[in-house]
Design a protein. Structure first.
Length: 620
């Protein structure tokens, strides 16, 4: 199969028959019909998730059995359909050894069948999007923290974090990372991007994004920048709905599109680019009918004007375009899997990510029928043969460029010999700690640091953040006393007033937009979760608490752990505001961010004063 990436480069863009013959064992290919050969080719244009699988009669919706080893049924599916790649999630990942063995089995299945190797992908952006547990790979503070460090440290953290992630993923058998997000942080209420962005200045996002791409790809991992043409200025999460961006084309070129444009034209363009499930009428106002017959503006993922005219022709991108997951509501709510795949391919996407959910043997049968329908429509000319051949060429050349087949060419024992690389892990932890300190930023009140009070009361967004702050304080300054009340369920008046009377400093942490329950890692009890307060109620309580503390003569510190914008409203009642741009705490209650926060409060770390987003507060 090493000949395939070389030969395909010189193939004429005629129908796919000769191309399919190269993709399959010759004896096998000769026995296949033309449509079956097209079906095998289309398999290369699919990346599937195998998050769960049940063969015991459990229904697809109820199946929660994680795939941590490769079942024969899924191995057969990969080979039968010549699937191009697999995306892994946290459920697939338990230990270094287990993950290496799983990835090796995946690649060996394709190698033994003499089929192209797999893209094995993951979303390991860092920060709040990290699929590998912290015991295997430190999550790092995330992109907005990197953005906060930019004017003091340049691109050093972007490149070093990416290298740390890339070198770890590569040794574990993961060759593709759907990162970085180069969306602009232009909407503070954006529920899905926010701290995943490097910041609000397009040129800075471009520079940091390029450095991140360079770091990943120098480590042998394909980078997929996302979410084209830009998901930053939305208030809807495309996992649950279909956002619309109302920028003009001129605004798009100066804003959302600028990081993509500059990274694409840089010296080391990303091997992949991921589309966004958003409507962007100034780039394409074409209307289509959804599966209910309703007229709607076409999403970017399915738009040829956006993925071909803008991305290919105007920006000059020559790499592989992968859709965001097609099972997300931004697409699945409006289009069937079959229509979504065909429309995405017609638009210019090379790979359909997660077009169908496979959890049971019955799902495998339905998927086979889906692939048959898609290939039949292609064979009837719904996608030009030259377009499909060009797409397959891009995929093959990318796999060859990054030598994706190399993982299965070495013995499993070779990869397992480096399973616990302590030097690599130590270096990553050092980078994580350094970035955590560099990201800490004073929004106002820097002249009032350090604090000297000896009895602290903290209000934190949840129990895990309370425990992390307590652990950091006890290890750094054990003589300072502290009580912490989680704001998952708002404290009653008597409890808060009693705790406030015992303190001489009030510290309030906030996560805006509100974080997900899974990010609490099970440290809040069921009663608290059931009575979880909406963010508006939490902010009202915080404002009241700060006002009451000031009336009692206490010093007050506000700590926005995610977006800093709420600090403006709280500024009249707050002495000091410190932004961290990250709220990571692992299941062992370790957090370098909280260590850095405590050190900053006590004068042991000099805070940054650059805010990578507009929060419209004033110095004080």
């Amino acid at each position: 199969m090493r000949l395939f990436p070389l030969l395909v480069k010189f193939l004429p863009y005629t129908f796919l028959l000769s191309l399919c013959m190269l993709m399959l064992p010759s004896a096998y290919a000769n026995e296949l019909s033309q449509q079956d050969q097209i079906k095998k080719s289309v398999g290369q244009k699919v990346i599937l998730d195998f998050r769960f699988y049940c063969d015991d009669g459990t229904s697809s919706n109820a199946c929660k059995n994680p795939v941590t080893t490769l079942p024969d049924a899924l191995k057969d599916l990969l080979v039968t359909h010549n699937i191009g790649g697999v995306i892994l999630f946290s459920e697939n990942i338990k230990t270094n050894k287990q993950l290496i063995e799983l990835n090796y089995a995946l690649q060996q299945a394709m190698a033994k069948a003499k089929l192209p190797p797999l893209f094995i992908a993951v979303d390991q952006e860092g920060g709040r999007v990290a699929r590998l547990p912290s015991s295997m790979l430190t999550p790092f503070p995330g992109n907005l923290a990197i953005g906060a460090s930019y004017y003091q440290h340049g691109t050093a953290f972007a490149e070093n974090v990416a290298k740390g992630i890339g070198s770890s993923l590569s040794s574990l058998g993961i060759n593709t990372n759907f990162a970085p997000s180069v969306d602009i942080n232009s909407e503070p209420k954006n529920p899905v991007i926010n701290v995943r962005s490097f910041g609000g200045t397009p040129s800075d996002v471009a520079v940091l994004g390029q450095s991140f791409v360079d770091g990943l790809q120098s480590s042998g991992v394909i980078s997929a920048i996302k979410h084209f043409p830009g998901h930053g200025d939305t208030q809807t999460d495309s996992h649950t709905g279909l956002p619309k961006v109302k920028h003009s084309k001129a605004q798009a070129l100066k804003g959302d599109l600028l990081p993509f444009s500059r990274i694409i034209s840089g010296g080391n363009p990303p091997g992949m680019l991921m589309s966004a499930h958003i409507q962007y009428p100034s780039l394409d106002s074409t209307t289509v009918k959804d599966k209910q017959g309703r007229v709607m503006t076409i999403p970017a993922t399915l738009s040829r004007k956006i993925l071909h005219d803008v991305l290919r022709n105007e920006l000059g991108y020559k790499g592989v375009v992968v859709t965001d997951a097609l099972d997300m509501a931004g697409i699945a709510k409006y289009f069937s899997p079959e229509d979504a795949m065909i429309r995405a391919y017609q638009a210019g996407a090379d790979i359909a990510l997660m077009p169908f959910t496979i959890r049971t043997p019955q799902d495998i049968k339905v998927f086979a029928a889906l692939m048959g329908k898609v290939s039949e429509r292609i064979s009837k000319g719904e996608i030009p043969s030259t377009q499909l051949a060009t797409s397959l060429q891009r995929i093959a050349l990318l796999k060859a460029k990054f030598n994706v087949s190399s993982y299965s060419e070495k013995a499993l024992s070779w990869w397992l010999s480096d399973v616990d690389n302590k030097a690599k892990k130590t270096r990553n932890i050092q980078i994580e700690k350094a970035l955590s300190k560099a990201a800490i930023t004073t929004l106002f009140g820097a002249n009032k640091l350090p604090v000297t009070q000896k009895t602290w009361l903290a209000l934190m967004p949840d129990a895990l953040r309370c425990l992390a702050l307590e652990k950091s304080l006890s290890s750094i300054a054990p003589k300072i006393g502290m009580a912490c009340l989680p704001l998952t369920k708002l404290p009653n008046k008597a409890t808060f007033e009693y705790a406030l009377k015992q303190a001489d400093l009030l510290i309030v942490g906030d996560i805006s937009p509100q974080h997900a329950v899974y990010e609490m890692k099970g440290f809040d009890n069921e009663e608290a979760l059931a009575a979880r307060a909406p963010l508006g109620n939490v902010h009202n309580f915080i404002k009241s608490a700060l006002q009451q503390a000031k009336k009692q003569g206490l010093s007050t510190v506000l700590v926005p752990l995610r977006m800093p914008n709420m600090a403006k409203e709280m500024q009249p009642h707050t002495d000091i505001a410190i932004a961290t741009f990250s709220y990571n705490v692992d299941s062992n209650i370790y957090s370098p961010i909280f260590d850095a926060l405590v050190e900053t409060l006590l004068g042991l770390n000099r805070p940054n004063d650059y805010v990578p987003v507009q929060w419209k507060g004033a110095s004080k």
